[in-house]
Design a protein around this ligand. Structure first.
Ligand SMILES: Cc1cc2nc3c(=O)[nH]c(=O)nc-3n(C[C@H](O)[C@H](O)[C@H](O)COP(=O)(O)OP(=O)(O)OC[C@H]3O[C@@H](n4cnc5c(N)ncnc54)[C@H](O)[C@@H]3O)c2cc1C
Length: 357
């Protein structure tokens, strides 16, 4: 009955489904084990009318025209400039580090020029960047590393930054001006009716059929198609032949408060205090005007919903073994779980738009 089966109704699977249906005129079956579409980008309106991002705050940004114009076919946008504060020693500071972060934290009066000289003076010169600590200390020196990054990274990844490969952070943005936006992409916005509605619009096509609450492996022998696109975990597909690929997981404690606002911005990071890493207040994204507010405290751990691949040398070698199996199969593996790689949503859409069908 179907030309193609797509495993996973996350953003990757949905963009692929739309392309197959539209560009190739193929009949597509999307199989999703959760009882909703959208993967980790899933959102819903709660009883207060606040749009909640169930699997963590999702802020769309891109500078890619093709990605933006493709998604704009399925949603209108509400402009949103993401701002993050970092709670250190009882005060809130803009994150990424900018001129105000430095002046407030150190009690100085640096200008854009003199703050650049300050960083040049305190940054630690190392001949080789071997880990995350090196990445950060070579940019901002020890004081900012210890106050703003060390414990946050340790909580987030469950190990010291010295044990983490530099690729995890690559570079940290530092601003010598007062720009307090988290991102600087050309387009920064939230779908006005939410991510789920945007993705539902993509699935609204006569050639696409969606099956929810169905693990692909329990129907694998019953549903057949010329082509299979798999956006679930690659290690699961091959029955963990080389062991389970490690992931860092996040989970959320949702709390509701009978007041209009909990914190001044959508996300506050807590590097040093409390067990959680950050607190998200959802109503900021779409400026939901409600009497109550809802927040999520975010905790990291080694178990639960696989959130972030851990790109150490050993783990990437393990993934490489799975990749060899994938190459020898007829299945196309895609998305963050299928390729064991962290992608932001725009990168996911870009990859799905350029995947050979
Ligand atoms: C905490 C967090 C915050 C993030 N914040 C941002 C952000 O602010 N901005 C941004 O751009 N990106 C963000 N991202 C990244 C974004 O979530 C991903 O880019 C996107 O979800 C990847 O889509 P995907 O379809 O590849 O994977 P997923 O969303 O994981 O979708 C895969 C789907 O496959 C299904 N599946 C798996 N196995 C099976 C099976 N056997 N049978 C049937 N179905 C199966 C899963 O249930 C899932 O629905 C964030 C990610 C996390 C974890």
């Amino acid at each position: 009955m179907f030309d193609a089966i797509i495993v996973g109704a996350g953003l990757t699977g949905i963009v692929l489904a739309r392309r197959l249906a539209e560009e190739k005129g193929q009949r597509v079956l999307v199989v999703e084990k959760r009882n909703h579409i959208g993967g980790d980008c899933y959102d819903y309106r709660d009883k207060n009318g606040i749009l909640i991002h169930q699997y963590g705050p999702h802020i769309f940004r891109t500078s890619d025209e093709a990605v933006y114009s493709f998604l704009s076919r399925f949603t209108s946008w509400t402009d949103y400039q993401h701002k993050v504060l970092c709670y250190v020693g009882g005060s809130f500071y803009p994150m990424p580090i900018n001129l105000d972060t430095v002046n407030r934290y150190l009690g100085t009066n640096f200008t854009s020029e003199s703050v650049a000289s300050y960083f040049d003076k305190v940054r630690i010169r190392k001949s080789k960047i071997e880990n995350v600590r090196d990445v950060i200390e070579t940019q901002v020196g020890s004081e900012f590393y210890h106050a703003f990054f060390e414990t946050y990274t340790t909580k987030q990844w469950g190990t010291s930054p010295e044990n983490l490969p530099p690729e995890i952070v690559a570079r940290i943005p530092i601003r010598t001006n007062r720009d307090d936006r988290y991102f600087t992409n050309k387009y920064q916005a939230i779908p006005t009716a939410g991510y789920t509605a945007m993705m539902q619009n993509m699935l609204n096509h006569d050639n696409i059929c969606v099956m929810l609450g169905q693990d692909y492996f329990s129907i694998k022998d019953e549903v057949k198609a010329e082509k299979v696109y798999f956006t679930g975990s690659i290690d699961r597909y091959f029955d963990y032949a080389y062991g389970a690929l490690p992931y860092r997981c996040v989970h959320f404690q949702i709390e509701e408060y009978a007041r209009k606002q909990y914190q001044p911005v959508a996300v506050v990071n807590y590097p040093n205090d409390y067990a959680y890493t950050r607190v998200t207040e959802f109503k900021h994204f779409l400026k939901d005007d409600t009497a109550n507010t809802v927040i999520a405290k975010e905790y990291s751990s080694d178990t639960g919903n696989p959130s972030y691949p851990i790109p150490t040398k050993e783990n990437l070698a393990q993934y490489q073994s799975y990749l060899e199996l994938a190459k020898a199969s007829k299945v196309t593996f895609a998305g963050r779980l299928g390729t064991y790689k962290y992608y932001s949503m725009d990168q996911i859409v870009k990859a799905a738009l350029t995947t050979a069908l």
